[in-house]
Ligand binder design. Structure first.
Ligand code: CAO
Length: 437
């Protein structure tokens, strides 16, 4: 004969009205003394309520989310007949007041060991139905300490199909074994290592390949853009600028100064206009110090520009743009880019930049998102200017429109400042006389 006994919440110290966050047993489960039955969680701690005696769960009287205090009845348990060997002889525990204290986190681990030790004992008991076998429709059985470990290791307990504990309860060993198994699996697809480099994959298994070495410049540029892209929160703002008047002026001046060996492209005008914008918006002419509590504002105006060379991308710098005219900038730009392409540039000509311009306008494209040249905080991209029909309040007129893209470090520059910077630049370039002011 078996008799039904109520299991109540024992004295749990200062806690009352505590939420049940997990039911660890189901109707029909066989439990041993100290097997965890439910998990409670207060705002201070999580704790398991252990079984006060061995038996079979015959009725569960609470559900997840219910709040309980000392003396709340949580379930009924059928106790094995009085002459059963496994029943402790002197256990007055059928009296709810004699229930052991709840397990603490460290005690939980010894509870898990206890579960392992008692597995064999329970094998020769009648096979009772357990809802958790072969189904994952409810949260997996695991103690708070095991769940915490799983959270720390990024393991979803639902991925551990069956725990090795009693009633498939997931134990610490199961979580550790799961992690070991995952780590020993072969990579599914080409992956990158911690520095973002591709782990060697044999691509010839899928067809012919050819390997070419990167130039030194390409290697340096690759690590530089990776550092910039991964460490700076980039935002890119776009604007179209009407450069019809600027282009007319440029072409007329080119005829005049051709004899001096100077050729004006759009870029030197943009460099000069950028310089006036940097003077007006000093944060764009800055660097975020290593200790990001400080911004270093530069009082000099050195503007870099990307040059496409056979050996890779280079960014020479034209110094003191604020002290130079457009024609002088144009001459320096032509000379320095020619030397960059022929490998005769001096190292100091690649240093000291405050802001960079990347012009793809001579090649093509409508827009792009330039990567900031770290440690600078902004970069301007130029795409190809095209004739577009622009409404002038009375009619559409063909105008030469330059697409611009301003990427900025959002830690230093906010969106409104970026919009103001680009609008200011737009005004300068739409009426080049302003650059002289
Ligand atoms: N829209 C339309 N036409 C443009 C233009 C634009 N935005 N920018 C330049 N052009 C025109 C020039 O006016 C020139 O035409 P004309 O001979 O009729 O005047 C022609 O395109 C070629 O210009 P250029 O490229 O020789 O000269 P530049 O001063 O404009 O640029 C340089 C110099 C060094 C910036 C450029 O040659 C270069 O290397 N650009 C590539 C930069 C790059 O690779 N950026 C990407 C970096 S990220 O990978």
């Amino acid at each position: 004969m078996s008799k039904s006994t109520q299991v109540v919440i024992p004295d749990i110290g200062d806690f009352s009205n505590v939420a049940i966050i997990d039911l660890l047993v189901s109707t029909g489960d066989v439990v041993e003394t100290n097997d965890p039955l439910v998990t409670l969680e207060s705002d201070k701690a999580a704790m398991d309520i252990p079984a006060p005696f061995p038996g079979v769960v015959s009725q569960i009287q609470v559900k997840v989310g219910d709040r309980v205090s000392k003396g709340t009845s949580i379930l009924l348990m059928e106790q094995p007949s009085a002459d059963a060997k496994s029943e402790p002889a002197n256990k007055t525990s059928h009296d709810p007041q004699s229930i052991d204290s709840p397990t603490t986190k460290s005690e939980l681990q010894s509870t898990n060991k206890h579960q392992k030790n008692t597995l064999n004992e329970t094998n020769d008991r009648p096979a009772f139905h357990s809802e958790s076998v072969g189904t994952q429709t409810r949260p997996p059985h695991a103690s708070p300490s095991v769940r915490k470990l799983a959270r720390e290791l990024g393991v979803n307990l639902l991925d551990i199909k069956v725990g090795s504990g009693k009633n498939n309860r997931i134990l610490t060993d199961d979580v550790q074994q799961f992690v070991k198994n995952e780590l020993s699996k072969p990579p599914r697809a080409p992956q990158t290592d911690q520095s973002g480099q591709m782990i060697d994959t044999d691509y010839s298994q899928w067809g012919d390949i050819e390997k070419i070495s990167l130039t030194r410049i390409q290697k340096v540029a690759a690590s530089h853009v990776t550092r910039s892209w991964t460490s700076i929160p980039h935002v890119t703002h776009h604007e179209e600028i009407d450069i019809t008047a600027l282009d007319d002026f440029r072409k007329s001046m080119n005829n005049e100064i051709a004899t001096q060996g100077t050729r004006l492209t759009i870029l030197p005008f943009v460099m000069k206009a950028v310089c006036t914008a940097l003077i007006k918006f000093p944060r764009f002419n800055s660097t975020l110090a290593n200790d990001p509590k400080e911004l270093i504002l530069k009082k000099y105006f050195h503007v870099g520009f990307a040059v496409d060379t056979e050996k890779g991308l280079m960014v020479p710098v034209i110094k003191d743009i604020d002290k130079k005219g457009v024609a002088e900038i144009a001459r320096e730009l032509a000379d320095i880019s020619k030397r960059a392409r022929s490998g005769r540039i001096r190292p100091e000509e690649l240093q000291g930049g405050c802001f960079t311009i990347s012009s793809l306008g001579g090649i093509g494209g409508e827009a792009f998102t330039p990567i900031i040249n770290i440690p600078e905080v902004a970069i301007l991209g130029l795409s190809k200017a095209k004739i577009k029909p622009i409404w002038t309040n009375t009619e559409f007129k063909p105008r030469l429109i330059l697409p611009t893209d301003l990427s900025y470090d959002h830690r230093v520059i906010d969106g409104a400042s970026a919009a103001r910077f680009l609008t200011f630049l737009q005004k300068q370039l739409e009426d080049v006389r302003r650059i002289l002011l």
